[in-house]
Design a binder for this molecule. Structure first.
Ligand SMILES: Nc1ncnc2c1ncn2[C@@H]1O[C@H](COP(=O)(O)OP(=O)(O)O)[C@@H](O)[C@H]1O
Ligand SMILES: [Mg+2]
Length: 270
C-alpha cells in the first residue's frame, strides 16, 4: 500500500456511506492510501476499512486499454454471475469528487480480496506448497475455473503474476484481479504458463491428469465451462448492455474442455 492520502472528515463519512450502501458493509473508513503498485497507480486509491483486513480499491484505469473502465466492471460482473468463489465485485460511481483525480469521473469501486497478497509476493516454496488436498477449495481447482473464465472472455495481462491475488490467511484462495484488458479476442495459453512454478513437472509429465493438482485443475475448468453453458443467456444479456461487448464470441465458449486441457498440458510440460 502506498502513502496515506489525508482527507477531511466529511469526505471519509461520504466514502463510508457509499461503500456501506453499495456493498452492504457496516464499517467506518480507517484510512485512504495511494494503491502504491501497478501501471494505474496515479488513478488508483485503496480504502482501508476499520473492519479487519477489509479494503476497497477506487480505480480509474488510465493505461489506454480499450474500454478499460467498463471492461473492469463488466468482467467482474460476469465472474460474479458465474459464481466464481471470491470474485471481487465492482460498482461504478461518479460521486468521488473529493479526490482530485476522480472529480467528475466514473470510478470503479472494487471490493478487494481480504488480506491481499499477489502471487509475485509468494516464495518459490510457498508456490510449490499450494494445497491439492481440498477439492473445490484447492488452488488448482480455482485456477482451473479462472483459466476457463480468462480464456473465454479474453482477459489479457494474465502472465503478470501481480494480477492474481490470494488471501494471506488462505493462500489457496486465488482470484483474478485487474480486469481492464478483455473481450478483444480469445485469451492466450501462454498467459498461464507460470502455473509450471506451482506443480512438480516430473510428476505432471509422468502422470498427466492422474497427478492430483492437474486433476483438480481440470475439474475446475470443466465446472466453470458447464456453468457458462447453463447461464449463457444471462451472460449474453450482460454483454449486450455494452456496444463494445455485444455479440462477443470466442472459441473457448464452444471448444470441448478436454481438448483445451490436453493442449494446455502439452504447453505446460514442454
Ligand atoms: N481485487 C483485489 N484484491 C486484492 N488486491 C488487489 C485487488 N485489486 C488490486 N489489488 C492490489 O493493487 C495492485 C494494483 O492493482 P491492479 O488492478 O493490478 O492495477 P494496475 O491496473 O495498475 O496494474 C495489485 O497488484 C494488488 O496488489
Ligand atoms: Mg495490475
Amino acid at each position: 500500500m502506498g502513502p496515506e492520502i489525508p482527507l477531511p472528515a466529511d469526505a471519509l463519512v461520504r466514502l463510508k456511506d457509499l461503500i456501506n450502501r453499495e456493498f452492504g458493509e457496516d464499517s467506518a473508513v480507517a484510512s485512504v492510501h495511494q494503491a502504491g503498485k501497478g501501471g494505474n497507480n496515479a488513478n488508483h486509491v485503496v480504502v482501508k476499512m476499520q473492519k479487519d483486513g477489509t479494503h476497497f480499491g477506487l480505480k480509474k484505469p488510465s493505461r489506454g486499454a480499450a474500454n478499460g473502465n467498463d471492461n473492469e466492471k463488466l468482467v467482474a460482473d460476469l465472474a460474479v454471475c458465474l459464481g466464481i468463489p471470491n470474485a471481487c465485485p465492482v460498482v461504478q460511481t461518479k460521486e468521488i469528487d473529493f479526490i482530485p483525480a476522480f472529480s467528475g469521473q466514473t470510478v470503479n469501486v472494487i471490493r478487494w480480496l481480504p488480506n491481499p497478497k499477489t502471487l509475485d509476493e509468494l516464495t518459490p516454496d510457498q508456490k510449490k506448497a499450494m494445497s491439492a488436498a481440498k477439492g473445490k477449495g484447492s488452488f488448482y481447482f480455482r485456477m482451473g475455473e479462472w483459466m476457463a473464465f480468462g480464456l473465454m472472455f479474453g482477459v489479457r495481462d494474465r502472465a503478470n503474476d501481480g494480477n492474481w491475488a490470494v488471501d494471506s490467511n488462505d493462500l489457496d484462495c486465488v482470484v483474478m484481479i485487474d480486469l481492464e484488458e478483455a473481450l478483444g479476442g480469445p485469451g492466450q495459453f501462454a498467459d498461464y504458463s507460470w502455473l509450471r512454478d506451482y506443480v512438480d513437472l516430473t510428476q505432471a509429465k509422468e502422470q498427466r491428469f492422474k497427478y492430483r493438482p492437474l486433476r483438480l485443475f481440470c475439474q475446475g475448468y470443466f465446472t466453470l465451462w458447464k456453468k457458462f453453458v447453463a447461464r449463457e443467456k444471462e451472460v449474453r444479456e450482460k454483454l449486450h448492455q455494452h456496444s463494445f461487448a455485444a455479440g462477443f464470441q470466442c472459441e473457448y465458449m464452444t471448444k470441448k474442455p478436454d481438448v483445451v486441457l490436453r493442449d494446455f498440458l502439452g504447453l505446460l510440460c514442454n
